[in-house]
Design a protein around this ligand. Structure first.
Ligand code: CDT
Length: 324
């Protein structure tokens, strides 16, 4: 048995005018509770230090850079690292990263139990759009404020296992999970800020959003025989609702712990990394069962290209309807 007691530290909303120090104080509070409950690892959300600022349109570089961290730990986050080191608890959380070259990434880090950063991941699947889009009910400007991550999908030997990270939208892409799976990942740490409605389809509300969230993390965990720890920033932030649904998923795909509300909330589960072994040696023994010679299209093609021509049942493509 290789057990890590994991705390998934959901955070309630952070308003636009709330300082990082206030968020960090809440993170320390969750950390203290987790340590008392015996956790060896605490996982926090994506962009855990601030409001989900990509909902706001900004044009001024200084204004955008306000939301970024130039160093990690920095002045605001040092108390969290200090307390984590004192308690001997590893942590993982997300933040906006500004590099010395002026590049911006949506980043997550993982520390060891001495609060040393052992892993860094930069979000690859950035959702949303680059320019302000007045047709949307609200903005999602991650593509404007961040570059796609340039570190690939690494894993790290840490806490006695093989650890990986994804960030929010990444969880919807099976390729991301599989690249981690192909490196033997045993636990995927994943923070998210997911709007409770679709900015382009009013009928899609929180229940459907939670369904797609669970569908993605349960499938990702099961199909790669890995634990998944998915942690929300939730609740109504700057007037905009975000889903909760923080969950810990067993390598067989079952949710073993799930948050009940949309505020600061700690859920805990003792995760035995050896629970990954059965799946990795049987139905998902990649070395025996995968057929990569038939998967070339996955890396050679980005967008879908249906076959050309038509059959007797063909209708005009939906985009074309009404434009004739
Ligand atoms: N933060 C983030 O990646 N959120 C996205 C919203 C998708 S809708 C533009 C998500 O996948 O949850």
């Amino acid at each position: 048995m290789r057990e890590i007691v994991v705390g998934a530290a959901q955070m309630g909303p952070i308003q636009r005018d709330e300082p990082r120090e206030a968020a960090v104080a809440r993170m320390v509070g969750l950390l203290e509770r987790a340590a008392r409950e015996g956790c060896g690892l605490v996982v926090y959300p994506e962009l855990a230090l601030t409001t989900f600022f990509p909902r706001w349109t900004m044009t001024d570089d200084a204004e955008i850079d306000f939301w970024m961290e130039r160093e990690m730990p920095g002045a605001a986050t040092r108390p969290l690292f200090k307390r984590a080191r004192a308690l001997g608890v590893a942590i993982s959380f997300g933040y906006g990263e500004l590099t010395p070259e002026g590049r911006r990434f949506n980043t997550s880090i993982l520390t060891d139990r001495a609060a040393r950063i052992v892993g860094k991941y930069r979000k690859i699947h950035l959702p949303g759009h680059v320019e302000h889009d007045a047709a949307r009910a609200f903005q999602h400007l991650e593509k404007r404020y961040f570059e796609p991550g340039d570190l690939g999908f690494p894993v790290w030997r840490s806490l006695g296992g093989v650890m990986g990270m994804l960030i929010c939208n990444d969880r919807r892409w099976p390729e991301a999970w599989r690249v981690l799976g192909l490196q033997g990942v045993e636990m995927v740490l994943l923070g998210y800020n997911t709007p409770a409605t679709n900015s382009q389809r009013a009928a899609e509300g929180p229940e459907e959003r939670l369904f797609h969230h669970r569908l993605s993390i349960q499938a990702g965990a099961y199909q790669n025989a890995t634990w998944a720890v998915a942690v929300a920033k939730a609740g109504v932030e700057d007037g905009h609702p975000l889903i909760g649904g923080t969950a810990i998923v067993h390598p067989d795909g079952q949710i073993v712990a799930e948050a009940a509300g949309e505020g600061d909330e700690l859920i805990i589960h003792p995760c035995d990394l050896d629970a990954t072994v059965f799946g990795k040696r049987t139905i998902f023994d990649f070395a025996r069962h995968r057929r990569p010679e038939h998967y070339r299209m996955i890396v050679e093609r980005t967008g879908a290209v249906p076959p050309s021509g038509a059959d007797e049942h063909s209708h005009p493509a939906p985009e074309a309807v009404g434009t004739k």
